[in-house]
Design a binder for this molecule. Structure first.
Ligand code: ADP
Ligand code: MG
Length: 752
């Protein structure tokens, strides 16, 4: 595949983006005990107060991603800080262990919910006849007290504990609202009961709120786990056992025991256990689980195989090249994990709101209480309305709106071969309206072939091509590869070179026979004082060829014409991007005419030709200054400066080589369709986030005045509150249905 060659040196130029991540220690902590987004904001605040610490706490994934300077703080200090704020933190355990823990706590939650429901059912049931005017059906107050009290203090203990933790940490969270609201209803009703009066009691409200909130948590956790299955599905791709050659025999061994350099065998139908290189055998391998491209890839000796991919019918003997955390699959999992734990800019508003929400709601509830008392309402009515305000206002849905959608979106992307570095990139990609694309390797196959060898008067093809190939020995540019392989297939002898230098976007030079030799664009030659007849080059370019000239000792030796096939999928991809409202611009180092020809075929109207790598970057900055949101797609070879200044950078055609982690979006497939898919996914995710935020806000904004005006029964408020988080998470789960658009050129079945 073309990209294998091109990606050889892509990590080097792209690592220029590394300045985005200052050098520091980083750690992921699993956080437990958070009940709403206010808790996450709170933990974030205390951690960031430590010197040289940058922390992001994600409520939905229950993770804190922390960067810190090891000489200022250590891990223990970080964990202790979280504990002091009232929550538990530990280093993430093995995923299996964590699954067990999660399952155990889900069982406890279910048991508590059932107990609460059993006690609460009669309390709520008696309300029905009462609503129909049959007051005789009421349970005696003492019985109601007996039913409600265990729910309040046994099952409801978690809310008191949560409140205590939060208050001790100096902040209020949703537990405080629930505990306060239900305690008020319970205490008032108990007082009435103790006085022996026959006055109305509100035990059903306190018990029902607790039961409903528990039910909401239960459903929410279940949905949340489903939202995070993407990583678990990726981990499952790796088999646990493999056939390994040891001491001359083939044995079955745990995958974890395989070392680099060991020989393993993949039988027909096996999953590949570790990354390796085929040493014997032929087969086709399905790599769609990593690349999203469901075309089988033929493997022969020398080819690379990747963990988690599926062997079809042949038998392959392979040498392990990377194992454990070094495999491409492990890199993908890390990337998805990081992305899911990161925070989208759009979430900041929700965070800010939920951090001030609880105190504001407490104030509103108090105001409701005093307002009704002042208006002369009975104590009980004032109390019930205040309780309804406390309960309806819980900001849980708000905290889940963004992270759950991001979680599902990034997971979906990973399945389709779209790896997003973080939530911010996912959010930004959908807002792009100007997309710069490199020509070679992005619009075209990136595998130019030599079509014309045109020596100058008196020269020979052998001399021209031989010298050119010698110059290109040190180059990884597609042009260099094409020229080398053309010389190789004609078995031309190569002269020796000295002092090789490559000038990005122009050409290469070295000394041959103690005389300077240059190979590159016409501009490159004239920059170095070579006056050549440009007529030949122009003719080549009129025929959509890239023309490179060779000069030796200041004299032109000849021209070489190359042509690079447009990818079959390019025109459709460009049309789709245009239809999405994105202006596509071709930025290329090639000459005007060659560029125009390619642009015409691809359907691109905006062309910038003869651009040096720095020009590309400048053009992107210019567009950004004009208020455009700019994306840049490049294959990495000399596009690093442009990729670095774009709002969102796309690395295309990474294949299974995911070393290019510095790009904002890494596309495993090597065509522009994947870029359209990535933008489409980003827009779908953003739309979900907006729906969710609207849901959450709308419901609080509408619910609070209703409750304050006494138009919302506390039981209904409890139900509505529980359902709001469930509906937000379920809405995010709908994103799982997102699929990349099938493209005409490479028909793809659904990947999972
Ligand atoms: P693109 O923008 O299409 O990717 P580049 O910026 O990589 O193009 O290169 C621009 C031009 O510079 C090429 O069309 C070619 O004329 C010249 N060039 C770059 N690298 C080489 C090389 N290794 N050998 C010969 N010519 C080169
Ligand atoms: Mg290029």
């Amino acid at each position: 595949m073309g990209y294998m060659l091109r990606t050889m040196d892509t990590s080097a130029p792209l690592s220029g983006l590394a300045h985005r991540h200052p050098e520091a220690s980083a750690v992921e902590l699993a956080i437990s005990g958070m009940t709403c987004a206010a808790c996450a904001t709170r933990i974030e605040k205390v951690l960031n107060r430590l010197p040289e610490v940058r922390a992001v706490v994600n409520f939905a994934t229950e993770r804190a991603s922390i960067e810190y300077a090891p000489d200022a703080v250590d891990l223990d200090k970080l964990i202790e800080t979280v504990r002091k704020a009232g929550y538990e933190a530990h280093e993430p355990l093995q995923s299996q262990k964590e699954d067990e823990l999660a399952a155990a706590s889900a069982r406890t939650d279910l048991r508590h919910f059932i107990i609460a429901a059993v006690f609460t059912a009669p309390l709520v049931a008696q309300m029905l006849p009462m609503a129909l005017g049959m007051h005789d059906w009421m349970l005696p107050n003492w019985l109601q007290f007996a039913l409600a009290t265990p729910v309040q203090f046994w099952i409801g203990a978690r809310f008191y504990a949560g409140s205590w933790h939060a208050l001790r940490g100096g902040a209020a969270n949703m537990d405080v609202l629930i505990a306060l609201g239900t305690s008020a209803a319970w205490a008032y009703s108990t007082a009435v009961t103790l006085q022996g009066g026959e006055g109305h009691v509100y035990f059903e409200a306190s018990a029902a709120i607790i039961t409903l909130v528990l039910m909401g948590k239960l459903l929410e956790n279940r949905a949340r786990r489903r939202a995070s299955t993407a990583i678990r599905e990726l981990i499952k791709l790796q088999p646990s056992l493999a056939q390994v050659e040891r001491d001359g025999t083939l044995v079955q061994a745990p995958v974890a025991s395989i070392r680099r350099g060991e020989i393993f065998v993949i039988r027909a139908g096996d999953s590949v256990p570790v990354d390796g290189e085929v040493v014997e055998g032929e087969s086709s391998v399905d790599e769609s689980m990593l690349t999203g491209e469901s075309r089988a890839v033929e493997k022969q000796p020398g080819a690379r195989v990747f963990t988690g991919t599926m062997n079809a019918d042949g038998r392959l003997r392979c040498r392990a090249t990377s194992v454990g955390s070094q495999t491409a699959l492990a890199a993908i999992i890390r990337l998805v994990e990081q992305a899911q734990g990161s925070k989208a800019p759009i979430q900041r508003l929700a965070d800010r709101i939920s951090s001030i929400f609880v105190p504001v709601v407490l104030a509103l509830a108090l105001a409701t209480w005093f307002g009704w008392m002042w208006a002369g309402a009975p104590l009980a009515d004032a109390l019930v309305n205040a309780v309804a305000v406390l309960v309806i206002a819980c900001p849980c849905a708000l905290g889940l709106a963004t992270p759950t959608a991001i979680m599902v979106g990034t997971g979906r992307g990973a399945h389709a071969g779209v790896l997003v570095r973080n939530a911010a990139a996912l959010e930004l990609a959908g807002r792009i309206d100007w997309l710069a694309v490199d020509k070679t390797g992005t619009l075209t196959e990136g595998r130019p072939t030599v079509t014309d060898i045109l020596p100058a008067e008196g020269g020979t093809e052998a001399a021209l091509l031989g010298m050119a190939a010698a110059l290109e020995q040190g180059s990884s540019h597609p042009i260099g590869l094409a020229i080398r392989s053309a010389a190789q297939s004609r078995a031309f002898a190569l002269p020796t070179i000295e002092g090789f230098r490559s000038d990005a976007g122009r050409g290469v030079q070295a000394m041959i026979d103690s005389k300077p030799a240059l190979l590159g664009s016409a501009t490159y030659l004239s920059e170095h004082g070579v006056t050549a007849d440009m007529h030949v080059a122009q003719t080549l370019e009129q025929n959509a060829r890239t023309a490179v000239g060779l000069a030796h000792g200041g004299r032109l030796i000849g021209w070489i014409g190359l042509s690079d096939q447009l990818r079959a999928s390019t025109p459709a991809a460009i049309a789709r991007l245009h239809a999405m409202g994105i202006e596509v611009a071709m930025l290329t180092g090639d000459s005007e005419q060659t560029a125009q020809e390619a642009a015409r075929k691809a359907g691109i109207k905006v062309i910038r030709s003869r651009m040096m790598p720095a020009d590309k970057a400048r053009e992107i900055e210019r567009q950004r200054a004009n208020g455009r949101k700019v994306g840049m797609v490049g294959d990495g070879v000399n596009d690093a400066p442009a990729l670095a200044v774009a709002d969102v950078s796309f690395a295309i055609g990474a294949g299974t080589d995911v070393a290019i982690q510095t790009a904002d979006v890494t596309l495993m497939r090597s065509d522009l369709v994947a870029v359209a898919d990535a933008i489409d996914l980003s827009r779908a995710t953003l739309a979900k986030v907006r729906q969710n935020l609207f849901f959450a806000f709308f419901y609080n904004v509408l619910g609070i005045p209703l409750a304050a005006l006494g138009m919302l029964n506390p039981v209904v408020a409890g139900a509505a509150m529980a359902m709001s988080s469930v509906s937000v998470v379920s809405n995010s789960l709908l994103l799982r249905r997102w699929r990349p658009q099938p493209s005409q050129s490479s028909p793809r079945s659904s990947t999972h």
